[in-house]
Design a protein around this ligand. Structure first.
Ligand SMILES: [Zn+2]
Length: 178
């Protein structure tokens, strides 16, 4: 097991769309173990593969951290096929340490994805899990949550984002940011 370095805002891999995963890497099971370990170590609720530098279209999320009745999921090749309603809540991100913002999202979505057993699933998510799924699917589409806030709000955190991007350019990871 290993804690993987988390790429920060400004790292090119966070700002491009990740293509669907056709074949799974041979060491996929180990990658999953490392991703869970990395996510829990950094107190995250979800983690997408490109956040740890992997050009693979999947993410992990543990909804039970917020709601004990829910489970944790591995979501491969996610596509949001419908969305309705709106909710606004505060979000943070392991790739944007020190930044939290109110982010508008759909209240309810239907997601098509593959599970670890290669089954294609269409599942409805609402409330908190819907927010996490949208945040992580955004990552795999090359977007971070600050892309979803108004340009006025973004102007207030411009210097923070610039500083993160500068650190990314000099090869720093989330663990290097205090
Ligand atoms: Zn994130």
């Amino acid at each position: 097991m290993a804690i993987l370095p988390i790429y920060i805002y400004g790292s090119p891999i966070l700002h491009k769309k990740v293509a669907p995963m056709v074949e799974r890497p041979k060491d996929f099971d180990r990658i999953l173990i490392d991703m869970w370990e990395t996510m829990y170590d950094d107190d995250g609720i979800g983690l997408s593969a490109n956040q740890v530098g992997l050009d693979l279209r999947f993410f992990v999320a543990d909804f039970s951290l917020r709601d004990k009745k829910m489970e944790r999921v591995v979501i491969i090749n996610p596509e949001i096929i419908s969305a309705e309603g709106e909710s606004i809540e505060e979000e943070g991100c392991l790739s944007l340490p020190g930044i939290r913002e109110q982010v508008p999202r759909a209240e309810k979505i239907v997601l098509r994805y593959e599970n670890v057993d290669h089954q294609v699933i269409e599942r409805e998510f609402s409330g908190f899990p819907a927010r996490v799924v949208q945040h992580e699917t955004d990552h795999l589409n090359g977007r971070v949550f600050t892309d979803r806030i108004s340009s006025l709000k973004r102007s207030f955190i411009k210097s923070k984002l610039k500083r993160l991007a500068e650190k990314a350019a000099s090869g720093k990871f989330a663990k290097d940011i205090d």
